[in-house]
Ligand binder design. Sequence first.
Ligand code: DI6
Ligand code: FE
Length: 405
Amino acid sequence: MWDTLFINAEVATMRDDEGVPYGLISDAAVAVENGEIAWVGPVVDIAENIADLAREIHDVEGDLLTPGLIDCHTHLVYAGERSGEFEARLLGESYESIARDGGGIRATVEATRAASAEDLFDAAVTRLDDLLSEGVTTVEVKSGYGLDSDTEMKMLHVARALEDERYVRVRTTFLGAHALPPEFDDADAYIDHVCNDMLPAAHAAGLVDSVDGFCETIGFSPAQIEKVLLKAKDLGLPVRLHAEQLSDQGGAKLAAQLGALSVDHLEYLKPEDAAVLAEAGTVATLLPGAFYYLRETKLPPVQALRDAGVDIAVATDCNPGSSPMTSILLAMNMAATLFQLTAEEALAGATRNAAKALGLDDTGEIRIGNRADLCIWDARRPSELVASIGQNPLLVRVFGGDICP
Ligand code: DI6
Ligand code: FE
């Protein structure tokens, strides 16, 4: 007997192996046992006495059921706010010039170093609750606003603690190579410190699921980033990279050649580099919130990514400077309106491909054996999740088989 059975659902499995848009199954049922998906298919395919099949039966009455959403790129843990920089940019200052003058990431580093773990947690959980309210069941959270061992570890501890307080799975990413901290004036010396001290310490504490960096004129050079990513690989950790956000440094290609799980942003990616991502199986994570908020005009080469067969993910990039956004549904809408992803690509970007970006093969699709991370929506068609702005049709979130309160 199954634990739970959802019946009469419009199920967007998000499987792409049968050529059906959204992997859609109408008038479908989904069975859950021991926190996993035990069965999915048309209701007519299950035996007559549905009442005998499961301890709990939920009639979804034709509503949409999807995998739980996955936000695969966030900086959810930070202190302070940067609305003053927003105002300065509206008056014509650039994101780069603010960073070069010691603002930007460094401003958040100062606030984050000064904050207690409790205050960081409270701020992060408020943002997390926004994501959960829209159906997120897995979230990636980066460090990168500490830039010293203690504060990077404080951030990662806080990120992991979110799992204890909410029904959510957290994947942590070490982002020590985010910016040069004020106590260093030599970027190479800082990168050596990251590779020799900070990353090994965070890894030894068991706090790191993957390693990221910021490859940019205001971040680190490809040669510096390569050192960090190679060190991560030495430690057996998967890598990802903020690449080609503000200029083309060749970071995406470098990371893909090192087998990166994902490369993120990519507005300035050369269309011909898409083939390198495809070859490596690296996911292209698009962050339309940052594009929008920085009033960027250079579009990521979506058609080249598509043509090359690169899997595309979509995430919020929730952070205080370039994308203070806590709505995965809005990120999906922006990916469609700003980057011309199809609605199906946008939803795949926050489910199947976001799972791949995190190296997770047990979520992001409704298939037997996957975790029962599910959403039920007050919607009849999956495109409704992408088409609207500021509406939240979530009815029920299911995490590992548990119906969340
Ligand atoms: N790119 C981003 O979008 C975030 N980090 C990065 O390298 C934003 C960082 C910030 O402005 O706080
Ligand atoms: Fe980011």
